[in-house]
Design a protein around this ligand. Structure first.
Ligand SMILES: Cc1cc2nc3c(=O)[nH]c(=O)nc-3n(C[C@H](O)[C@H](O)[C@H](O)COP(=O)(O)O)c2cc1C
Length: 208
């Protein structure tokens, strides 16, 4: 598929049919994820992959009380045969930037203007979303309920040095759309409204 088509066609899929996903496609999505850029080439990310019915069920049982009476969102999402949990490691970045070629040996967190560890895991996640489109599949990135974080860590053995940044479902889109996403309720902001050339001067911009 043309790259422009991948970008334009990508949207979050919230309803899947139960057709299994070719494991080679999952591997390709993960390989693409590791091609994402990362600050200092730290690649302080890791991916928990759940691709058996038992493991996927464990995911939903760990993150929801409603698996036996799911709403439309949950029913559609639970059918996805693959769940991927991208994680980021702040420690890996502090460690990497303390190396001689970077030299921040104080490991001072104040040096970091943005949490690059989360940003890099997000960039990797986008590559998974785009690979899904390229393969004719669907995917959705969504958040883990904060109150379930500890249970997720426990159930899947995620070490303290890693933080799940969210979670992705991956599968074959069902014929019927799933729960409606926000784009059904609000318009995409036009490029002209979000781009500020030379100076932040667009009348629609909020004051700085
Ligand atoms: C960081 C992040 C968190 C999101 N969390 C959720 C979520 O919890 N549930 C959900 O259904 N969609 C979630 N989404 C999907 C967004 O709603 C979706 O990307 C947005 O409405 C634009 O739609 P599109 O991706 O289909 O173009 C999330 C997306 C991002 C990037």
């Amino acid at each position: 598929m043309e790259f422009q088509d991948v970008v334009r066609r990508r949207r979050m899929v919230r309803n899947y049919d139960e057709t299994p996903v070719d494991p080679a496609v999952v591997d390709r999505a993960l390989a693409h994820a590791t091609r994402a850029p990362s600050a200092g080439f730290s690649h302080g990310w890791a991916f928990l992959v759940l691709d058996t019915p038992e493991d996927v069920r464990r995911w939903w049982r760990t993150t929801s009380d409603d698996v036996d009476h799911p709403d439309r969102w949950l029913a559609g999402m639970m059918r996805a045969p693959v769940v991927i949990v991208p994680c980021s490691s702040k420690a890996a970045y502090l460690e990497r930037y303390a190396a001689p070629d970077k030299g921040w040996s104080d490991r001072d967190e104040a040096r970091w203007p943005m949490p690059f560890w989360h940003m890099d895991a997000a960039m990797a996640s986008l590559l998974i979303l785009q690979t899904a489109v390229d393969e004719g599949l669907g995917a959705c990135f969504f958040g883990i309920p904060p109150e379930r974080n500890a249970a997720v860590r426990r159930e899947f053995g995620i070490p303290q040095a890693f933080d799940p940044v969210g979670v992705l479902t991956l599968g074959h889109p069902a014929a019927q759309a799933g729960a409606a996403g926000s784009p059904t309720r609000r318009a995409r902001r036009p490029v002209a409204e979000v781009v500020h050339r030379g100076r932040w001067g667009h009348p629609a911009s909020p004051p700085a």
